[in-house]
Each structure stands twice: as structure tokens, then as C-alpha cells.
Design a protein around this ligand. Structure first.
Ligand SMILES: [Zn+2]
Length: 135
């Protein structure tokens, strides 16, 4: 909460191999994930802004070749004081994706969750690149 209000800024890198739930669904766990998390205020609420930048190996469901999928994720999470406040916010906006303030917030878990949520449901080469050998 203080992190959000003070507009603090934390960034780092983690190996894909260390995000085990994610590594399980990838063709290769080689590679790195860069992330940045910043605090701030929006509409009177403390927020955390998360940016994730990585590239993962997936299997194209058209040609069954593996390919590299670039991922740039940018998310903003309002931060509720406690579960009660979160409940009130979610009653107003059932789709709200908010966090509860937690001094022990696991940034890496959040990063991993967001990558998992952002993986394509049906991975495919970009248009025009399918079925072509090499890069
Ligand atoms: Zn393909």
C-alpha cells in the first residue's frame, strides 16, 4: 500500500526456468523475463502498474513447429486496503482485477500469473510466417 502511494518503482529480471508453472507449458524454459512494477494513484485509489516483457517458445497449432512469441504485458491493478474493501469494489465492478494490499506481495507470482493469462489460447505463427522454415 505504501509502495503504491509513494509511487515507488521496482524492476528486475527472472529466468523463465524459475517460473515453474509457466515453464511447464512452454516448449523451452530458456530465456528471461523483465518486469517493472510501479506504484501510483488512479481515481483516488492506490494502484500498481505492472509491465512484463519476455519471449516464450510455443508450438504453432497450424504447423506444429515451435516458434517464439514476443509478449509485452501492461496491467494496472487497484490495491484494496483489505478483503472488505475489495468486496465493495467488486460489487460495483465485477470485472475489476484488484489486489489486496499485502506487505509480502509476491511480485514474481504476479508476473507469472499475468504471463500465463496472456498466453494465446491457440498459439500460432504470425500471419505469413507459418510453414516457413527458419526465422
Ligand atoms: Zn505455424
Amino acid at each position: 500500500m505504501r509502495f503504491a502511494r509513494a509511487g515507488e518503482d521496482q524492476s528486475g529480471e527472472v529466468r523463465l526456468a524459475d517460473l515453474t508453472r509457466l515453464a511447464d507449458v512452454l516448449v523451452s524454459d530458456a530465456g528471461m523475463v523483465s518486469y517493472r512494477i510501479r506504484g501510483g494513484m488512479s481515481a483516488g485509489r492506490p494502484i500498481l502498474k505492472l509491465d512484463v516483457d519476455t519471449a516464450v517458445m510455443l508450438v504453432c497449432q497450424s504447423c506444429l513447429e515451435s516458434y517464439q512469441q514476443e509478449m509485452r504485458i501492461s496491467r494496472v491493478f487497484p490495491v484494496a486496503r483489505d478483503e472488505k474493501q475489495l468486496g465493495l469494489w467488486e460489487r460495483d465492478d465485477p470485472l475489476l482485477d484488484a489486489l489486496v494490499a499485502d506487505p509480502e506481495l509476491d511480485v514474481l507470482m504476479l508476473v507469472e500469473d499475468e504471463i500465463l493469462l496472456s498466453l494465446p489460447v491457440v498459439p500460432r505463427h504470425a500471419e505469413g510466417e507459418c510453414g516457413q522454415a527458419g526465422f
